[in-house]
Ligand binder design. Structure first.
Ligand code: AMP
Length: 233
């Protein structure tokens, strides 16, 4: 299963990617997390992009693509992966397709999660992330059992530097102009699955997402007489 979770900031990509990763035993690859780690370690790359990121702008395509290729060198993505936050521009999507085709792979599905902007701004204002394991919480929809600490690992929860109102508006604007066109790119490949991610809460939304993926996966398997494009599922 080679999945891309797609959608504006705050629609729940990270949360669903964590759940899909656990369900299918495939790695969750988040370029945002990779870049935040670089920033935290104060690596040369981290120092170079920290301000850009905090203001809600994208890092360059070359950097994003190089980070993903580097991450794939670990080898665990051979059995499948769930990508969150990448590709974020059409040039990134093209470069990623080229990279995948070198392995005779392709993206199976792009799950496009739709949530309206006012709900996004509200969700992000209530969102906290675990500094240790990167689990995501929302004080209203998915609160931690103990305030300020992660249920999974006990790590401290923090607010990301790009989650103030100004940065969130910039990120939504960047999404509309630079990232949304990626959807048209994938639509031409017939791999886009649309999902309404509004309101219903994490469990219900995740169960809709699973149903959507599984029904299309079944459809794909029938089309390929069960050979399913080397898919491990
Ligand atoms: P995310 O955690 O996916 O919301 O990403 C947080 C920030 O990391 C973004 O606002 C960008 O500054 C940077 N970033 C993450 N992924 C990419 C990407 N594919 N291309 C460019 N910048 C990215």
């Amino acid at each position: 299963m080679r999945l891309v979770l797609f959608g504006a900031p705050g629609v729940g990509k990270g949360t669903y990617a964590n759940l899909l990763s656990a369900k299918y035993g495939i790695p969750h690859v988040s370029t945002g997390e990779i870049i935040r780690d670089e920033v935290e370690r104060q690596s040369p790359l981290g120092l170079a992009v920290a301000e850009l990121m905090a203001r809600g702008h994208l890092v360059s395509d070359d950097i994003a693509v190089a980070l993903v290729k580097e991450r794939f060198k670990r080898g665990d993505c051979a059995k499948g992966f769930v990508l969150d936050g990448f590709p974020r521009t059409v040039p990134q999507a093209r470069a990623f397709d080229e990279f995948l085709s070198e392995h005779h792979w392709k993206v199976d599905f792009v799950a496009n999660i739709r949530v309206n902007n006012s709900e996004i701004v509200d969700r992000i204002s209530k969102r906290y992330t675990c500094r240790k394991c990167h689990a995501i919480y929302n004080t209203e929809y998915a609160p931690p059992r103990r305030e300020g600490f992660c249920d999974n690992c006990g790590g401290p929860l923090y607010k990301r530097s790009d989650e103030d109102e100004h940065a969130v508006r910039t990120r939504l604007n960047v999404y509309m102009h630079e990232t949304a066109p990626v959807l048209d790119y994938y639509k031409t490949q017939g791999v886009v699955l649309d999902m309404d991610g509004t309101g219903k809460g994490v469990e219900d939304n995740f169960s809709s997402l699973l149903k959507l993926i599984q029904s299309h996966h079944e459809g794909q398997k029938k089309l390929t007489n069960g050979n399913g494009n080397n898919s491990p599922l």
